[in-house]
Design a protein around this ligand. Structure first.
Ligand code: ATP
Length: 366
């Protein structure tokens, strides 16, 4: 039977387990065999007990659990060809030539590298006697499907990454919690949320949580933004609002590309707003923790199902990102998705935020 390896890599996120479960059970249903590769690419490089066959019951009771039951890691060795060579050897010796990788864009880039190099890596392994000629011939190519697991929602090829919805729930619960103490003291709360260079969590949390202002990387404020922010908050106070909340994305920058830090926004508001001043709350890793939302259970289940079907097919297809667009499961060639992400980053680094926004919009919407 065809053997499918499943791994979670990079930062963990809620909902990864739902994807793992769906990949395992779909694979078994379609007559294949499923293997866990533990601790991300590190498990592939190490081999041995880190690659373990999974049965139907091994993924029972994981749907509602946050994080990843397979373990995840960052693996420097896998960035080098020697590390990928070791991984290819460990996989092919176990008969695994199909992979479903659940991780961020780095993890998926690694998967594409491995897929491209697979034939030459195997030739080298045969030449050095580490892999048999039979193994080489019976596994001529690697089939790869990637699911984007990240709370940041920062990858092209899908409108929602696995975990982003649960993280939003967590942020909203925190904002609700802060509101009562903010109102009691007429304090302004500055709340820093995750998302790296992507403002999705900050913006959506601001809308869903009714924040008074949000600072996000995609819309860097112009010179003098501090005065504008203070004036707006003063107006809200004057109108009788007691609980003011400003959300700052961890990757927020100003028009010149300088970081806008939550601590500095807190100091600014304490100095300029008077009263009981402001407090800064950095939500941190709690955003990545806890149970997945309903969406982060059914969506990764559908994607995991599609990913297993995809890798169990035949032919020499490019690696794909299995994502969701307009509420439908969609496949995007992995290199295309990675290029779209690079375009956004390059434009943002050059300070070309209009292009960055447009590129992001295109990559998510088309
Ligand atoms: P997150 O969004 O949580 O950061 P990520 O998958 O982007 O997730 P990275 O640390 O970038 O996280 O990548 C995870 C692992 O994937 C790395 O430790 C490395 O093993 C592998 N990897 C990343 N980029 C590459 C690359 N260009 N080539 C080969 N392997 C890579």
């Amino acid at each position: 039977p065809a053997r499918v390896g499943i791994l979670t890599s990079g930062g963990d996120s809620q909902g990864m387990n739902a994807a793992v479960r769906a990949v395992v059970r779909t694979t078994l249903t379609l007559g294949g065999e499923a293997f866990a590769v533990h601790e991300g690419w590190a498990g592939a490089v190490a081999g041995g007990a880190q690659i373990r066959q999974l049965g139907w019951d091994d993924v029972a009771g994981v749907l509602h659990r946050g994080g990843t039951v397979l373990g995840t890691a960052r693996c420097a060795e896998f960035r080098d060809r020697a590390g990928r060579r070791a991984a290819a050897g460990n996989l092919v010796r176990r008969g695994i030539d199909r992979l479903v990788v659940i991780g961020g864009d780095g993890s998926l880039r690694g998967a594409e590298e491995l897929r491209r190099e697979w034939p030459t890596l195997l030739d080298e392994l045969v030449a050095s006697g580490e892999v048999s000629g039979h193994d080489r011939l019976s596994h001529p190519r690697l089939r790869v499907a990637g699911l984007v697991g990240s709370i940041d929602n920062d990858m092209a090829g899908t409108e929602m990454t696995i975990g982003a919805d649960s993280a939003l729930h967590r942020i909203c619960a925190a904002l609700d919690g802060l509101r009562s103490t903010a109102a009691s003291h007429q304090r302004t709360f500055v709340v820093e949320v995750m998302g790296r260079h992507c403002g999705y969590l900050a913006l959506m949390a601001a809308v869903a949580g009714g924040a008074d202002a949000a600072l996000v990387p995609e819309a860097p404020p112009a010179e003098g933004w501090q005065d504008l922010l203070v004036r707006r908050l003063q107006a809200s106070r004057a109108a009788g609002l007691r609980d003011l909340i400003v959300i700052v994305a961890e990757g927020a920058v100003d028009r010149l590309g300088r970081p806008v830090r939550s601590a500095d926004v807190g100091t600014l508001l304490t100095e300029r707003l008077g009263g009981e001043g402001s407090r800064v709350t950095v939500l941190g890793h709690v955003q990545r923790g806890g149970r997945p939302s309903a969406y982060d259970r059914w969506m990764p289940t559908l994607l995991g199902h599609a990913a297993a079907q995809e890798v169990l097919g035949d032919g020499d297809l490019p690696a794909v990102v299995v994502g969701v667009r307009s509420n439908r499961v969609t496949l995007t060639p992995l290199p295309e998705a990675v290029r779209a992400v690079d375009a956004v980053r390059e434009a943002a680094e050059k300070g070309d935020f209009d292009v960055a926004r447009a590129a992001r919009g295109r990559s998510f919407a088309t």
